[in-house]
Write a protein that binds this ligand. Sequence first.
Ligand SMILES: Cc1cc2nc3c(=O)[nH]c(=O)nc-3n(C[C@H](O)[C@H](O)[C@H](O)COP(=O)(O)OP(=O)(O)OC[C@H]3O[C@@H](n4cnc5c(N)ncnc54)[C@H](O)[C@@H]3O)c2cc1C
Length: 483
Amino acid sequence: MASWAASSMRAPGPAAAPVGRRRFIKGGLGAAGLAAAAPLLAACGDDSDDVPTADPLPADAPAATDERIVIVGAGAAALAAADELQIRGFHNVVLLEARDRVGGRIWTSSIGDGIPVELGATWIHGVRGNPVSDIVESNGMTTAETDYDNAVLYDHDGRPAEPVDAALWGEYMALAYEMPEASLRDVFERFASIHDLGEDDRRLWRYSLASMFSHEFGADISDLSILSYDGPSTLRGGDVVFPEGYSQIVDVLAAGRDIRLDHPVAQVDHSGSTVVVTTESGGTFEADRVVVTVPLGVLKAGTISFTPVLPPAMRDAIAALDMGILNRTCLLFDEPFWDRDTEWIGYAGERPGQWSETLNLYPYLGRPVLAMFNPGSFGAEIEQYSDEELTGRAVEALRAMFGDVPEPVDALSTRWGSDPWTRGSYSYLPVGVEFDTYRDMARPVGERLFFAGEATHSRFPSTVHGALLSGRRAARQIYGLLR
Ligand SMILES: Cc1cc2nc3c(=O)[nH]c(=O)nc-3n(C[C@H](O)[C@H](O)[C@H](O)COP(=O)(O)OP(=O)(O)OC[C@H]3O[C@@H](n4cnc5c(N)ncnc54)[C@H](O)[C@@H]3O)c2cc1C
C-alpha cells in the first residue's frame, strides 16, 4: 500500500520541495481525489523521469581556455558549475565562499561521539534520473531508503490519532485548485465551513496541512497557494538518505578546486569589459565572467551590491519569491523511548506546525537520535531562543506525546533564518506569484554575469538536484559563448 499511496499522492500536484510527506492521508489518495485533481495533471508541467545532467561535448569543442571565471559561493550549484566548466576546458576558475566551509545548505554536522546528523539537505528526492544519484553511484556511496508512510501520529494529549481521510483530502485539494489565487489557509477555512468541522477535526487538519505544505515549503499555509505546491516537478524512484552524511556529495565535487574560504563577496562590478568582484575585506578579483550562486535570501538582503544594478525583471523576481524556513533540533538520547523502527512521529498539538514532525534517525544510524522540525513563522520565532530553551521545548513536546522522557545527552539546533549566508532554508513561491518568476532568476546579464542556485531552477527549485543542474546550466551558458 505504501508505495501505491505515495506515488498516487504525488500525482495531483508534482511538488518537489525538500520534505515530501504523504502518510498523514489515511489510505492514500483514492480515485475520488485523483478525479478531483485530474484537470491539473495536464496543466502542471513535466514530471519527467529523465534529467539531462550535461550535454555531451561536441566533437568541435574548444580546447582549454584561459578565461578567468569567478564563482561566488561554494554550495552545490557553485561546485557543479566548477565541475562542468572543468569538463569543458576551463582551468582558471576560482570559488569565493563566505563561510569557513564548503557545501552551503548541504551540511553534515555531528552529535554525541561523532554521530553524523544533517543540518540542511537530508534526502535525495526521487533517485531516478537525479544528478545526486549519479554522484552516489559513481562513487559507491551508501544510501538508505526512507518511507514517509512508516509513521505514527499523536494527538495533543498524547493519544494515538488517525490521519485525515483520503477522500476528504481529495476534496480539499479539489477546492484548492478551484481557488488558485487564495491562500491554502483561506481554502481550509472555506472547506471547514462546508464540512462544519469541529475543533478536534480542525486540529488534525491543521496538523495535516502543516505537514503537507508548511514542512515542504518552510512557510505558513497563509503564505502559500496551491500554485506554490503545483509548480515544481518531481523525480521518481523514492527518496533516500545518507547514513554517512550528505556532505560526501560536496567532498567529491569540491576535491581539487581553487576555493577561497572566508571570502564574503560584497560587490560585483560588471560595468566594464571585465568583472571586478570585491570581498568584504576589500580584496578584488578580476574575471572575464562571474557566476553568482548565493541564495535568494542573500540577494533579497542586498548583501552584494551590483554595478550596474540587476535588470528590473530580476529585481522583481528577487522581491516576489520568498525564502522559507525549516529549522531542526536534533536530540541524542541514551536509549530510544520510542519505537525504533517507526520513521516519522507526528504530533497534532494545539498550535499547528509546532514540533509537529519528528524524524527518527534510528533506522538509518542505529543510534537514538531524533530530528524535530519547525517550519515557517514558528520556525523563525524559535531562532531567538537559546539552545537550552530550544532543547527544553523540544523535550516538552516529546513529553506531551510519550509521557516520561529523559533529558537528552546532546542536542543541536539550526537557525537558518538568521544565517547571514542564506537567510532562510530554501525558496518558495508565495501566494499570488506566478511560477514563471523562477525563470527570471536564471537569465544571464549580458555576457559576463551568470546566475545559479536552487532559486534559479524553474523545474526543481529548493532542492539539491535543482541547485546542481542550475550550476551546470550556468557553465554551459558560458561555454556556449565561446563556441
Ligand atoms: C533545512 C534544510 C533542509 C533541506 N532538505 C533538503 C532535502 O532533503 N533534499 C534536497 O534536495 N534539498 C534540501 N534542501 C535544499 C538544498 O539544501 C538546497 O536547495 C541546496 O543545497 C542549495 O544549493 P545552492 O548552491 O543553491 O545554495 P547554497 O548551498 O546555499 O550555496 C550558496 C553558497 O553561497 C555562499 N554565500 C552566500 N553569500 C555569499 C557572499 N556574499 N559571498 C560569498 N559566498 C556567499 C553560502 O555560504 C553558500 O555556501 C534543504 C535545505 C535546508 C536548509
